[in-house]
Design a protein around this ligand. Structure first.
Ligand code: ADP
Length: 194
């Protein structure tokens, strides 16, 4: 199986690149952000609770997203692989993911980390907010809070995957196709290393 953690700060281009990787490698896309937004749209209890945190740019509790990922893994036992997009976002989430995958007889192949500087991120998110209607993309304070959450809680995952020799950084500024090519080149490196 090819199990990729697509990593990067908010606005790094994870969603865009996920779509291309799914098509190229026949993977299942698991985006906790999308799963949470679908709960919000259906006005479930979980969705209502998550919305108030998401609108402030704060992370939802680990057990909520771990539970969602766990059921998606069980629903997709025949998959050739997964792209984890926006998950894991904390060390406990990464530990839980390793354990869940082990229970399914598989593991993370690599973490591909899109690297984009803060100024470019804010620019991209504000632009996206104009079309997406996402509350969390429309206000600079909320965006800054999301980037702060990323720096405090999520960035440490680079060391988590580095220590497993699974961390592969990719320059995330430039054309969508060029970045996609760089991601594919890293996947090739990973395959050759195995
Ligand atoms: P972005 O990467 O642009 O911030 P996402 O769609 O991945 O967008 O996430 C939107 C929001 O959903 C986050 O700010 C957070 O509140 C919540 N969220 C998504 N994934 C997670 C996660 N793995 N852990 C905690 N909160 C999450």
């Amino acid at each position: 199986m090819l199990n990729i953690v697509l990593f990067g700060p908010p606005g790094a281009g994870k969603g865009t690149q996920s779509e291309k990787l799914i098509a190229a490698f026949n993977l299942i896309h698991l985006s906790t952000g999308d799963l949470l937004r679908s709960e919000i749209a259906q006005q479930t209890t979980l969705g209502v609770k998550a919305k108030s945190l998401m609108d402030k740019g704060e992370l939802v509790p680990d057990e909520v997203v771990i539970g969602m990922i766990s059921s998606k893994l069980s629903e997709n036992k025949q998959a050739q692989g997964f792209i984890f997009d926006g998950f894991p976002r904390t060390v406990p989430q990464a530990e839980a993911l390793d354990q869940l995958l082990a229970e399914h007889g598989t593991s993370i192949t690599c973490m591909l980390a899109l690297e984009v500087d803060q100024e470019e991120l804010t620019k991209r998110l504000l632009l996206r907010g104009k079309d997406s209607g996402r509350v969390d993309d429309q206000n600079e304070d909320i965006i800054r809070n999301r980037i702060k959450e990323y720096n405090n809680k999520t960035a440490p995952l680079k060391s988590f995957y580095s220590s497993q020799q699974k961390f592969y950084p990719v320059h995330g500024i430039g054309g969508v196709d060029d970045i996609f090519k760089a991601l594919c080149a890293q996947i090739k490196v990973v395959y050759q290393a195995h």
